[in-house]
Design a binder for this molecule. Structure first.
Ligand code: DGY
Length: 323
């Protein structure tokens, strides 16, 4: 019997490919990343399973080119690049990779927070540019303490909760806003206080975003919100770039409406040297590496394959969304 066909929009770990090859006829896109739309449109026509990445837009039109498609397995926790409603209608399973990347992403949010508040990358740039002249001055290269600062966590899901644990160890005050308030016991254990979005914005010294990108969260942080934040406040985003109005953020950072930002995600990725954020000193930038640790990425590959296998057999993936 002919093996079922699986297409990967990019290479995964060797162990994952070995596993897939045993069961399926696989094809891996090896050219330009992200895969150009016309190539994917052509490849998807004959496949039973698809492994994709967060920048591959799998909309209804793309799915409808694939009459045999049973499962889409994305190598990411985010699934805003997939039209879930349409997949549900078409009875296409969708698998994703939460949990395994919780620690890595919370760590990166924390790293960006320390970096921007203590001006670590800024100092690195000063040295690399040959501009380190003054040693140990009272006012030079001075950052801020994390201790005693109020961290506002937007979205108290897995990553938000893990960030709260990290922040407790640094003696920070914690407030959060979530669609649903968590139980009082959980709040006590995590040392967090529930506040409205308005209060989170106005009270926090640092805001860290941990909500998914949806119609409701799209452009949630714009100039109106930045103007309500403290002038001394920082914004950290390791979720999705589109939650923030980037043009407004650049203005807010330039005009010192807010103090700084640590960003791992952008409205459109990758950004290049000419991007206005790159010119600002009060911003720390990372190339979308929230889940990028050796251990986490291997676990993500393992789950991606397991999710695919289940979907290929008509079963629900371990981590499933929609149908
Ligand atoms: C994801 O998995 O969606 C994250 O953005 C990776 O960092």
């Amino acid at each position: 019997m002919e093996k079922k066909r699986v297409f990967l929009t990019r290479r995964l770990h060797d162990f994952a490919l070995k596993e897939l090859k045993k069961k399926y006829q696989i094809e891996i896109h090896s050219g330009k990343i992200p895969i150009p739309k016309n190539i994917l449109k052509n490849k998807i026509k004959t496949v039973d399973g698809l492994i994709c990445f967060p920048y591959d837009k799998i909309d209804s039109k793309m799915m409808d080119l694939a009459p045999n498609l049973k499962v889409i397995s994305t190598y990411s926790v985010g699934f805003d690049h997939i039209n879930i409603d349409h997949a549900k209608k078409r009875k296409i399973r969708v698998g994703y990779t939460p949990e395994v990347l919780t620690d890595a992403t919370a760590d990166l949010a924390f790293a960006l927070m320390i970096d921007v508040i203590r001006r670590v990358s800024e100092g690195d740039r000063i040295i690399r540019d040959g501009k380190w002249r003054i040693i140990y001055g009272a006012y030079d290269y001075v950052g801020l303490d994390l201790q005693g600062k109020t961290l506002g966590i937007l979205g108290l899901g897995r990553i938000g909760k893990t960030l709260a644990k990290r922040a407790n160890a640094f003696d920070m005050k914690l407030v959060y806003h979530n669609r649903k308030r968590v139980s009082k016991t959980k709040e006590k254990t995590l040392g967090v206080k529930y506040v409205s979005f308005e209060k989170l914005v106005t009270q926090s010294d640092i805001i860290s975003i941990h909500v998914p990108h949806t119609n409701e969260t799209d452009q949630m942080f714009d100039m109106k919100v930045f103007k309500k934040m403290k002038k001394t406040a920082f914004l950290i985003n390791t979720s999705r770039g589109k939650i923030v109005n980037e043009k407004d953020l650049v203005t807010a950072l330039k005009k010192k409406i807010i103090a700084g930002a640590g960003l791992d995600v952008f409205e459109s990725e990758p950004i290049n040297k000419k991007h206005p954020l790159v010119k600002l000193q009060n911003v720390v930038l990372a190339p979308h590496i929230g889940s990028s640790t050796k251990e986490t990425r291997a676990k993500m590959a393992e789950i991606t394959v397991k999710n695919l296998n289940l979907g290929m057999n008509g079963k629900k993936p371990i981590y499933s969304v929609g149908y």
